[in-house]
Design a protein around this ligand. Structure first.
Ligand code: AMP
Ligand code: ZN
Length: 133
């Protein structure tokens, strides 16, 4: 529990949420400002800031799969996006690790625009990442 963390407060039951799942390690609840009906957040109970502190938290993936299935089925979504922001510049607003599950419905596709380029210096780029693993 971190005192000024809104998700820790939700986990502790100090502020309300629309909970859809809970076990001893994680919780899932509706996003208060959904981008589509059923937008759900999957959140570990352990307070870590973001993905860079999430080593050993593999259980989150199982939870993500289960909750994604439920979200997709609930309102017969056409597809589901999973998003996860790390750092202010990457759009993170709540600094307690979380995954967004956003169902996509026909006629309500999210506008996610990436400016794609051609891969350049693939070998060097891959090597820079590879040598850190
Ligand atoms: P991010 O930008 O990835 O950090 O996303 C934070 C998300 O948390 C946003 O989509 C907010 O709408 C959501 N959020 C913030 N406060 C609450 C809350 N009290 N209950 C549910 N969702 C919240
Ligand atoms: Zn927290």
């Amino acid at each position: 529990m971190t005192d000024d963390c809104i998700f820790c407060k939700i986990i502790e039951g100090e502020i309300p949420s629309h909970k859809v799942y809970e076990d001893d390690k994680m919780i899932a609840f509706l996003d208060v400002n959904p981008v589509s009906k059923g937008h759900t957040l999957v959140v570990p109970k352990k307070h870590v800031e973001n993905i860079h502190e999430a080593e050993g938290m593999n259980y989150l993936f199982d939870g993500l799969v289960e909750v994604s299935n439920a979200v997709k089925e609930a309102f017969d979504a056409e597809g589901v996006n999973i998003a996860q922001n790390n750092g202010e510049k990457a759009g993170q607003e709540v600094f307690h690790l979380h995954f967004h599950i956003t169902p996509i419905y026909e006629g309500n596709e999210l506008d996610i625009t990436y400016n794609r380029t051609e891969l350049d210096e693939g070998e060097e780029v891959a090597e820079e990442i590879q040598k850190r693993l």
